[in-house]
Write a protein that binds this ligand. Sequence first.
Ligand SMILES: [Zn+2]
Ligand SMILES: [Zn+2]
Length: 367
Amino acid sequence: MRTWQWIGAGTAAMVIAASASFWFSPSAQDAVLRRVAARQLRAPLPPPPSTTAIRLIFCGTGSPLPDRHVAKSCLAVFAGGRFFMVDTGPESTENLLLWRLPLAQLDGVLLTHFHSDHIGELGELNLQSWLQGRQAPLTVYGPPGVEQVVAGFNLAYAQDEAVRHAHHARDRGLLPLSASTLASRAITVGAAGPLSGTDSAVMYDQDGLRITAFKVDHGVVKPAYGYRFDYRGRSVVVSGDTRSTSLITNAARGADVLVHEAQSKALVSTLAAVAKESGNRQVALLLGDTNDYHTSPAEAAALANTAGVRELVFTHFTPPSSNPLVRRAFFRDVDAVRPKHWRAAEDGLWLDVSAEAGALQTGMVGR
Ligand SMILES: [Zn+2]
Ligand SMILES: [Zn+2]
């Protein structure tokens, strides 16, 4: 045999021997599992460098329509040593746990509105961050009405929290019940009535981090908010769910990053037509209704141009667009409006906005 054949045969023999050892030997299984567990407990994404002003991690980029590979609305924002979550959609906590984000240090949740694809995981996020060691109630900011949402989740999880406290706390100081609940904080922005182009309110201003809530036009959902984060001269704006209006343009003026929802109205119309043809009138009507209170990718691109946004990042994809062919059709009108400086987020995308005016750093968690 030639040398490479000897090497190949030797490698194959070693793999077979290792596999047999794992299959038949409990001690070999334990040793391998210890190594795997140790690796999984390490955070896959190192902390941001000192030059980073704002870090975003997309923990859910989907919308109400199901997609097995994508969680619903969720964005983690780190700035100035603070950690906020904008919305907590179904399936998103699983991403946070898999990526070992420091949930015990979560400073608050900012709800844009109360559609279920934005609030569904409040109970799990609260429970998991408490299990990881959070020492105070988790504050949930949002439009008036947030009190009712929070009270409902607190009621639903009260029995679970009580038994976990009884099981684990004993005299070891674990899982204090005083920290187990959600606390609501309603944010009032402007007056009730017609939307005004200047409706905004600074809702958090500490140690150089300023968070501003602003009204957006999500049709019958009133009020609905977007949020702007300013820190060390850099800014990130999150649209929430909205039609394309000057409310977003005003809030996003000069922003480094605009995170904007996206609905392909053409694809949704196609889905509605197919549903109607197949006799599913209810689905056809519900789908058709949604086109009037969301923003198409091209509309968001035009808005980002007008606002002078540096980078536009699409999220909240309706319909689901993780299939490359669907994604191609989804964004087919964008390049004609904004050929550069836009991207489609996906679950696991992280993006660092530097304190200096350099390029944005991006990557995928765990890769
Ligand atoms: Zn939504
Ligand atoms: Zn919505």
